[in-house]
Each structure stands twice: as structure tokens, then as C-alpha cells.
Design a protein around this ligand. Structure first.
Ligand code: SF4
Length: 368
């Protein structure tokens, strides 16, 4: 049991899982589910063992900027606190000039990436989506553009009558270099009927990401947990991601997103810190074909995100500059983070900070 000598094993099942982890073999869905019944230290030790093999003692962050061009959305997902109808007093839509100004400000402050996701407004045309990317790329050719969730891409395909492949080719040609992971929620149809009945289905999300991977566009994968899903449905979600990753290898990172229950129709309760950390750790153990697992400080909060770096996560996301989506749902975390603070969080966790680009290429390492 080299590396896991001090683990307290409770029986044959623990021994089998530990043996698999030590040999670098994958655990199955029943074992992933079983890990939710085990204590946090056991699960965390296994996750960190795997994380160390994949990423040594390094933990990543990026200097980036989030832009949400509009919160107007036709879909009305019950769990969402961000999207509103055009008639709502909270509705907003940024002009192209305002968006370019935000990119310019961030670029001057060292941002390497813009992350663009928003609502799905009824009046946007296909060319609006494409031109936005093209204009940013023309003005700031060095900045990497990670843009549009599978939900937005499905809508673009619908209104343009193009295939997913044609839409993704257009986006790539305009300047998109990667896709964010939003819109996955929980893939189960039962859950989607309750929380997101109208937007892209789980199957469509996976199809769009698969096409992107085949076109050489890497993507992120997410899972929104802590609302109406069962633990079995979480594991089924991870299974579908692991299977797609086996086929394409195009996912860069898995991001568990803790649900925030305020200011929406679904309501509910906050996830517990133990659930948050176990979910990060179990994902790290189960998703053996993912190199990175992110502790998204916006949804976890800075303290749990820092802790998660000792429970299998190796990435904090970034400086972000302006976060609207999770703040609409009540998170109390900051809207932005100074680069120095991210470095401090990583060091507090006993890890070595690495500033990265969108593709996890290291740009600077803070050794020592
Ligand atoms: S989750 Fe996305 S698609 Fe659903 S209502 Fe919110 S912004 Fe619209």
C-alpha cells in the first residue's frame, strides 16, 4: 500500500478500491457510489494519491475575464437565478462596444482568456453570436476565447438550420478556441424534466462536445449537483462523461458545480462542505481519463475551494473579474479575485501555484 499506508480500511470493498487506485485501474460505478458512504478522509486520501500522480504538487489558475453578454433567456430553467425574460426589470444586454471595452480592460491587466456565456435571447440572430467572437478576435488577437455552452450552440444550430459541425466550424473560424462546460447540469432525463425541461438535453450536450472534440476544439465538462438529483444520477452523469472522454480525449477538465438555491423557482438547500469535498474527490477517483479537476472558487467559496486542493482538485479557475451567474443565485464569494490571492490560496493548500493558459500550458510557476 505504498503511499496509502495509513488508511483505515473497513473491509473487503475498501481493499478492492485501494488496490485498484494503487494499480492505476479504474473504479466502477458501484464503487464510486459506495465512496459517498465512506468518510471524507478515506475518499480524500485516494483522490490526492491520484491527483499527485497526474499533477504532482502543482495547482493551476488563470488570469481571465468572464463576460455574460445578456441575461435574457427563453428557456426559464427552474434552477437558474440568472436568466430572465426580456420584460423583466433585471434584464440587460451589453452592446458590442461595452463588451470590447471589458475585454480591453482585462487584456491590459494581463488576462489571457475571455470566457463568454450568457442567456439565450429570442432576438439574437446567428450572425450576432459569430460576429461578437470575430470582433473580439480582430481587436485582441492574442486573447484566447472560450465561448458558448452547448445550450447556446444547439440554439444557434436551430435558428441557422446548420449542423452542430457547421456551427462549430464557423465559431472556430471566427476565433473560438475552446468551449466552456456549462449546460450539463445532470444528464438524467428525470432531473432535466424538473430543472431544465426546454433547453438542450443531456444527449445533445454530449453530442455537441463530441463534435467539438473531433474538430480539435477542447471543452470543459461540468456537473451541477445538490438539487433534486440522486447520488446514482450523479454517478451516471460521470459515467457518460468518462465514456465520451474514452472516445475523444477532448475534455480538458471536470468542474463540479455546487448548486446555489436562492432567487429561483426551484429553491432547496445549500450543499454541505462534506458533500462538496466528497464530490470533488470521487470525481477525481472515478474520472481516471481526465487530467484536471477544478475547484471553482465561485460556487465552492474561497475556503472550501482551497481545501478542495487537498481533496483531488488541481485548479482554481481564475481571477474572473466579474461574475454574475452564481451571484444571482446568492453566492457570497467575491466577484473577482486578485492573482496574488489565488497564489496565496494555492500555497495555503501546500501546493505550487502555476499560472496557465486555456489549454493548461504553464505560463509561470511559483516554485519555492
Ligand atoms: S440556465 Fe441558461 S438556459 Fe437555463 S434559464 Fe438560465 S441562462 Fe437560460
Amino acid at each position: 500500500m505504498k503511499g496509502l499506508e495509513n488508511l483505515k480500511l473497513r473491509g473487503r470493498r475498501d481493499e478492492e478500491i485501494v488496490e485498484k487506485v494503487l494499480k492505476g485501474e479504474r473504479i466502477d460505478e458501484g464503487e464510486a457510489l459506495y465512496l459517498y458512504s465512506r468518510d471524507l478522509t478515506f475518499v480524500g486520501a485516494l483522490a490526492e494519491f491520484i491527483n499527485f500522480k497526474k499533477n504532482q504538487n502543482y495547482a493551476y489558475f488563470i488570469v481571465n475575464r468572464q463576460i455574460n453578454p445578456t441575461n435574457i433567456c427563453i428557456y426559464g430553467c427552474t434552477f437558474c437565478s440568472f436568466g430572465v425574460k426580456a420584460s423583466d426589470s433585471r434584464a440587460y444586454e451589453l452592446s458590442l462596444t461595452e463588451i470590447l471595452k471589458k475585454v480591453e480592460d482585462s487584456y491590459k491587466n494581463g488576462a489571457k482568456e475571455v470566457h463568454i456565456v450568457g442567456g439565450v435571447p429570442p432576438h439574437w440572430k446567428y450572425d450576432d453570436y459569430i460576429n461578437l467572437i470575430r470582433r473580439i478576435k480582430e481587436e485582441f488577437p492574442q486573447i484566447l476565447i472560450k465561448a458558448y455552452t452547448a445550450v447556446e450552440i444547439k440554439y444557434m444550430a436551430q435558428i441557422s438550420k446548420k449542423s452542430y459541425e457547421e456551427v462549430l466550424r464557423d465559431l472556430k473560424e471566427a476565433g473560438v478556441c475552446a468551449l466552456p462546460g456549462g449546460g450539463a447540469e445532470i444528464f438524467s432525463e428525470r432531473v432535466r424534466r424538473i430543472i431544465a425541461p426546454y433547453k438542450a438535453s443531456g444527449e445533445e450536450y454530449l453530442q455537441i462536445h463530441e463534435v467539438a472534440h473531433k474538430l480539435g476544439i477542447p471543452t470543459n465538462a461540468t456537473m451541477l449537483y445538490g438539487h433534486v438529483e440522486t447520488l446514482e444520477e450523479r454517478i451516471e452523469h460521470l459515467k457518460l462523461l468518462r465514456e465520451l472522454q474514452d472516445r475523444t480525449g477532448g475534455f480538458q477538465v471536470f468542474i463540479p458545480l455546487a448548486y446555489w438555491p436562492y432567487n429561483n423557482r426551484l429553491g432547496g438547500e445549500r450543499t454541505s462542505p462534506v458533500d462538496d469535498l466528497k464530490t470533488v474527490a470521487i470525481a477525481r477517483i472515478y474520472l481516471d481519463n481526465f487530467k484536471h479537476v477544478k475547484a471553482y472558487w465561485i460556487t465552492l467559496g474561497e475556503r472550501i475551494a482551497t481545501l478542495a486542493l487537498n481533496f483531488g482538485a488541481d485548479d482554481l479557475d481564475g481571477t474572473i473579474e466579474e461574475e454574475k451567474i452564481v451571484h444571482s443565485a446568492g453566492t457570497k464569494s467575491a466577484v473577482r479575485q486578485a492573482k496574488e490571492r489565488l497564489i496565496r490560496m494555492i500555497r495555503e493548500a501546500g501546493k505550487i501555484p502555476v499560472e496557465r493558459d486555456t489549454f493548461y500550458n504553464p505560463l509561470k510557476v511559483w516554485e519555492g
